[in-house]
Design a protein around this ligand. Structure first.
Ligand code: HEC
Length: 220
């Protein structure tokens, strides 16, 4: 030991040869001290999990946050009063009826309600429209077949049933609304037809074939 380092007697050196020094250095070079080596990488699964969670959260908020409107979570908020600004427009039977007419009736009775003679009779000024509500409701619920006189003209056609259970399957509300619209627009009668009345007649009559106008005329 002292043979290798005679100039430094104070250090109690282990015996080192050049060879042993080289091998020690080689080992140390191979393993550099690494600060990060004390940390573990986040498991990849966890990364996916949180990404998924953030994505879900974003989607959920986007859908259900109600645009963060202050009224959305206000448990003391009052529902809008009918007729007040912001009340649902469809609550107005005239407006609803206008829509139903445009969807169902317009194809035959035309946008202006004049019909298409000789196939489809007019509603404008028709004595059926200004006449008995009971008959009108029955016409829509179950339809009409065969000859029918409208404003002095004979029609022989078929008015389809449009009420509940028919091909059009309109609810009592929609049937009533359609009649409310037609009566006001072309019969100058501004009295709404009530859905309850439609349901009542539907309950009384049940299922049946289309009416003939002779049968309808017997109904007051
Ligand atoms: C597929 C064509 C067709 C559709 C759709 C139709 N109707 Fe008719 N409607 C007729 C025909 C045809 C008659 C005449 C029946 C006859 O000749 O026996 C008639 C008769 C009437 C009458 C009695 C006669 C008159 O002109 O006043 C009323 C009221 C009426 N329809 C209202 C409606 C309403 C309201 C709707 C929509 C909910 C409607 N119709 C949908 C073809 C149609």
């Amino acid at each position: 030991m002292s043979a290798s380092h005679p100039s430094d007697p104070g250090v109690d050196q282990a015996a080192v040869t050049d060879d042993s020094l080289l091998t020690v250095h080689e080992k140390m070079l191979g393993r550099q001290p690494d600060e990060k080596a004390r940390y573990k990488l986040l498991p990849l699964n966890l990364l996916f999990f949180f990404s998924g969670l953030i994505f879900f959260g974003g989607t959920y908020l986007g859908r259900f946050s109600g645009y963060f409107h202050p009224q959305v979570y206000n448990e003391y908020a009052q529902p809008p009063k009918p007729g007040a600004a912001g009340a649902v427009a469809a609550a107005d039977p005239y407006e609803l009826g206008k829509k139903v007419y445009a969807q169902v009736c317009v194809a035959c009775h035309q946008p202006n309600g004049m019909g298409l003679p000789p196939a489809f009779p007019p509603l404008v000024g028709s004595e059926w429209v200004t006449g008995s509500e009971e008959r009108l409701i029955r016409i829509l619920l179950h339809g009409v077949m065969g000859p029918m006189k409208v404003k002095g003209v004979d029609y022989i056609g078929a008015m389809p049933a449009v009420g509940p259970g028919s091909g059009y399957n309109l609810s009592p509300e929609k049937v009533a609304a359609a009649l409310t619209f037609v009566r006001k627009e072309w019969g100058a009668i501004d009295v709404p037809v009530s859905p309850a009345k439609v349901s009542e007649i539907r309950g009384q009559v049940g299922n049946r074939d289309p009416w003939t106008s002779a049968e309808l005329e017997k109904i007051p």
